[in-house]
Design a protein around this ligand. Structure first.
Ligand code: PLP
Length: 290
């Protein structure tokens, strides 16, 4: 596999980063996870915009002009034989503060580290979409990267990893993280939606979630369809009393969730609003490709 590291593509064996990199020492960095359908990248500009926004929020200047990203991403796919008629691509951009002496002052790191990785996208098994997945409420709380910018896509992922460990221990698909106030936020790598009496509900960005790009599209599709959408503060009880629930992210799209803490959500099968939104997503996603 070819990896883009700083200013060139290198074979993966040579894609090495310093032990002084503050991404390694402190999780000091930002990232994006992107996908293609065939050769066309999904919501490319929105992902790049979020990358710059996250970087700006942590005071990190990305050393690559914005206009270079489309070519760089396509180069990464072509070199690795993905993002073509045969294989959709998964792409990950990571930008860390870079290497510097030990200490938290960002001024210690003059040059950010930039990495682009790509590989074939492996979607979840069709059976999961048909049956829906199980969730638990994690004991681990979602950390809020910053009260000023609650939605930084930061490489500092320890709480999400601890919540994922809880899901693995419980033998379920994923965990739902609550925030410091006990409100529902999101799952470890996806946003969370639920349906109550025909209303589509999702935690607001102020709860400390990532403002997912798929989440935006799902809200837009729902509104276009006349489904009322509510962003707000919700409790675990609101979630467990819901009629339907689903998760969204770029690589998974819309994944139905059918139980929480071993208790069925609604009928315990993927519900009609979820199915409708899945169909609409499949119908309209071509509009969101470059
Ligand atoms: N929430 C978290 C914590 C994530 O890591 C992700 C995606 O990686 C999402 C939500 C979904 O975001 P998107 O729809 O932009 O992929």
């Amino acid at each position: 596999m070819w990896i883009y590291l700083n200013d060139r593509f290198v074979p993966e064996e040579q894609a090495l980063v310093s032990v002084f990199d503050h991404g390694f020492l402190y999780g000091d960095g930002v990232y994006e996870t992107i996908r293609s359908y065939g050769a066309r990248i999904f919501m490319r500009d929105q992902h790049i915009t979020r990358l710059y926004r996250s970087a700006e929020a942590i005071g990190l200047a990305i050393p690559i002009p914005r206009k270079s990203w489309p070519d760089l991403l396509h180069d990464a796919m072509t070199r690795n034989d993905v993002g073509d008629d045969r294989r959709d691509a998964y792409l990950r951009i990571t930008i860390t503060r870079g290497a510097g002496q030990i200490g938290l002052d960002p001024a210690l790191c003059p040059t950010p580290t930039v990495v682009i990785m790509t590989k074939p996208l492996v979607p979840p098994a069709p059976a999961l979409y048909e049956q829906g997945v199980a969730l638990v409420i994690a004991q681990t709380r979602r950390n809020l990267p910053s009260a000023l910018s609650p939605h930084i896509k930061a490489t500092n992922f320890l709480n999400n990893i601890l919540a994922k460990r809880e899901a693995i221990a419980a033998r379920v698909f994923d965990s739902v993280l609550l925030n410091w106030e006990g409100h529902v936020t999101e799952c470890t790598i996806s946003n969370l939606f639920f349906v109550t009496s025909g209303r589509l509900r999702t935690p607001s960005v102020a709860c400390g979630i990532l403002d997912g790009i798929t989440r935006e599209i799902v809200m837009q599709l729902a509104r276009d369809e006349g489904i009322p959408v509510e962003e707000g503060r919700f409790t675990a009880a609101d979630l467990s009393q819901a009629d339907e629930c689903f998760l969204t992210n770029t690589s998974m799209e819309i994944m139905p969730a059918v139980s929480i803490d071993r208790k069925a959500i609604g009928s315990g099968t993927p519900g009609p609003v979820t199915q409708r939104l899945r169909a609409l997503f499949a119908l309209h996603r071509g509009r969101f490709l470059e």
